[in-house]
Design a binder for this molecule. Structure first.
Ligand code: AMP
Length: 214
C-alpha cells in the first residue's frame, strides 16, 4: 500500500487536486474532513464528538482521527494507493500515521505540499461551495457549477460550509500556521517532501501534482 500525503493550508487546493489526480490514476482520495462531515451527518458517535471542533474551525481530537485512519487502513487492499487530504494535521498525527502505516504493511512514500500565498487562500475559501449530498467541490469564480448554486454531479443545492464563514476561516488559517505547518518540516526531515506551486488554475495544479505522484 502506498500512502501519499497532501499538505498545504486550508484553501490551497489539496482536495481538488487529490480528487482530480485520484480519478486519473486510480488512487483512492481520503479526505478526513469529508469523512468527519459524513460521520456528523449520520450522527455517529465520532461525528457527534467532532461537531463543536469542526464548527469552530479547530482540530478534532487525535484519537478520533487515528481510530478512523486505523479502520480505513485495515479495510484497504494491499495494492492500493491512498491520497491523504487533511491528515496528518499535527506532528502527533504524523507520528501516529507512520506507526499505523507500518502496522498495515504500508509506507508514507511522499508528502506533497501545495503552496499558495495567504491573500489567495482567503479569496479561495470565501468563494468555496460544496454539495452536501455528494461532496463535490466548487468555487464561485474559479470552478463554478454549470447552473449557479446547483451541483453538476447530482443536482443538489450547493452550500457554503459552516467552517468557510469569515471568522472561522481566520481561525482555521491560524490553526494551520501554529499546528499543521510544522508537519511540513516533519516530512522534510524525513526526506519525503516535495513542494508544488498551487497558485495556478485547478487544472494546472492537478497537472503538477500528477507529475509529482507518478
Ligand atoms: P477539511 O475539510 O480538511 O478542511 O476539514 C474540515 C474540518 O474537519 C477541520 O477544520 C477540522 O475541524 C476537522 N478535521 C479534518 N481533518 C482533521 C485532522 N486530521 N485532525 C483534526 N481535525 C480534522
Amino acid at each position: 500500500m502506498r500512502i501519499i500525503v497532501f499538505l498545504g493550508a486550508p484553501g490551497a487546493g489539496k482536495g481538488t487536486a487529490a480528487a482530480a489526480v485520484a480519478k486519473k490514476t486510480g488512487a483512492r482520495h481520503v479526505s478526513t474532513g469529508a469523512m468527519l462531515r459524513d460521520a456528523l451527518a449520520r450522527e455517529t458517535p465520532a461525528g457527534l464528538e467532532a461537531k463543536s471542533y469542526m464548527e469552530s474551525g479547530g482540530l478534532v481530537p487525535d484519537e478520533v482521527l487515528c481510530k478512523m485512519i486505523a479502520e480505513l487502513l485495515a479495510e484497504t487492499p494491499k495494492d492500493a494507493t491512498l491520497f491523504f487530504d487533511g491528515f496528518p494535521r499535527n506532528e502527533a498525527q504524523a507520528a501516529a500515521l507512520d506507526k499505523l502505516a507500518a502496522e498495515a504493511g504500508a509506507t508514507v512514500d511522499l508528502a506533497l505540499c501545495i503552496d499558495v500565498a495567504k491573500d489567495a487562500l482567503l479569496a479561495r475559501l470565501g468563494g468555496r461551495r460544496v454539495c452536501p449530498k455528494c461532496g463535490a467541490g466548487y468555487h464561485v469564480v474559479s470552478l463554478p457549477p454549470k447552473k449557479e448554486g446547483v451541483c453538476d454531479a447530482c443536482g443538489a443545492e450547493l452550500i457554503t460550509r459552516l467552517d468557510d464563514q469569515p471568522a472561522t476561516i481566520a481561525h482555521r488559517l491560524e490553526v494551520y500556521e501554529q499546528v499543521t505547518a510544522p508537519v511540513v518540516g516533519w516530512y522534510e526531515r524525513a526526506g519525503k517532501l516535495r513542494r508544488v506551486d498551487g497558485s495556478g488554475s485547478a487544472d494546472e495544479v492537478a497537472a503538477l501534482v500528477e507529475a509529482a505522484v507518478r
